[in-house]
Design a protein around this ligand. Structure first.
Ligand SMILES: Nc1nc2c(ncn2[C@@H]2O[C@H](COP(=O)(O)OP(=O)(O)O)[C@@H](O)[C@H]2O)c(=O)[nH]1
Ligand SMILES: [Mg+2]
Length: 328
């Protein structure tokens, strides 16, 4: 996620001059020499103004309208960047475009008046226009720096498909979430950094019956018993809530991962309260579980829990499909 890359004001003014200088030669007019000269200068002024205006417009319109973003980003972005200041910077660009417009209108009016028939006056008038316009643009320096900085931060924001149905993987460490993500999406998960924590997201996608589904693992958030989330983690959770369509809760029926079934069930219950959406419970590592372990897990988590494991085809995607509420 990012917006139009913004040139520093000095650079912008320089490029506008270069652009204005490169104008193709005018076809020969039948006016007097003074009139021809004036026209040439006016054309340069117009080209200069137009270049600046276009660039500034492109910058301004590419700054995201925060209030129109998906709630996932509305939750996340203010943690990373000063949204209010970014909006202000964008509105400064709007004001500057208006000021520049006034410069070109006045500048042209001046150029068309007889007072500039004298070459010295003509040059003074155009120099005034270029000088003023340039310093108006340069007054944006701080604002443009702020937008440039916001843009680098924006590049870090995970490119999550906010409109896509999204499965969130949950469960204690080593229960097999990453393995399951790979199994579901068939590819190496894409790692994206949360911009504001040391934590990262893992994203993968699969398509089923022409529908795309996003699968997301959120290490450090939905894999721990500590419910004391710090303010930033709370934000991350709130953002996830806007995104999640279904939670896939992964249980390890063996004691290998180091968490008792009771502990895993307690985490499941806590997360259920946090996410009022459908849950699919996956009993993973069935290939290395005893019958007793499986029975006990079903007793705790219910008979609907899906059995998964290496070499086992549980039809997990079908379960997920139903949980997502899609019909066939
Ligand atoms: N036998 C067996 N091992 C598995 C299965 N799924 C994952 N594992 C192993 O369990 C360990 C932890 O898996 P991982 O996907 O990293 O767990 P995560 O911490 O929840 O992401 C790894 O050594 C995996 O190879 C499974 O279905 N069967
Ligand atoms: Mg993992």
């Amino acid at each position: 996620m990012q917006f139009y890359s913004i040139e520093a004001p000095e650079k912008l003014v320089e490029s506008a001059f270069t652009h204005a200088r490169k104008l193709p030669p005018m076809k020969r007019a039948r006016n007097s020499a003074v009139q021809n000269r004036k026209e040439k200068v006016v054309r340069k002024m117009e080209a200069f103004h137009e270049y600046l205006d276009k660039q500034l417009e492109r910058m301004e319109t590419s700054v995201p309208r925060f209030e129109k973003l998906h709630p996932f980003y509305q939750e996340l972005l203010p943690e990373t960047m000063e949204v209010g200041k970014i909006k202000q910077a964008a509105s400064q660009i709007v004001s500057v475009r208006k000021l520049l417009k006034r410069q070109i209108v006045e500048g042209k009016r001046h150029m068309h008046s007889p007072s500039t028939d004298a070459v010295a006056h003509m040059h003074a008038a155009s120099a005034k226009f270029f000088g003023r316009s340039a310093s108006i643009v340069k007054s944006l320096k701080k604002n443009i720096e702020l937008l440039q900085h916001a843009n680098t931060l924006m590049r870090e924001v995970p490119d999550v498909k906010v409109e896509m149905p999204t499965l969130i993987l949950a469960g204690y460490p080593n229960t097999g979430k990453t393995t399951l993500l790979k199994r579901l999406t068939g590819s190496k998960a894409q790692i994206a950094a949360y911009p504001f924590t040391t934590k990262s997201l893992q994203l993968g996608y699969f398509t089923m019956r022409y529908r795309d589904v996003q699968v997301m693992d959120t290490p450090g958030l939905l894999d721990r018993d500590d419910a004391n989330y710090n303010p930033i983690e709370k934000k991350a959770l709130a953002a996830l809530k806007h995104l999640a369509t279904c939670v896939v809760f992964v249980v390890d029926p063996t004691p290998n991962a180091g968490y008792s079934l009771q502990k895993q069930h307690a985490l499941y219950e806590r997360l259920q309260k946090l996410f009022p959406i459908p849950f699919v419970i996956v009993i993973n590592k069935c290939d290395v579980s005893t019958q007793e372990q499986l029975d006990e897990t079903h007793n705790l988590f219910g008979m609907d829990a899906v059995r998964e494991g290496e070499g086992i085809d549980s039809g997990l995607k079908d379960h997920v499909w139903r949980a997502l509420g899609f019909s066939r």
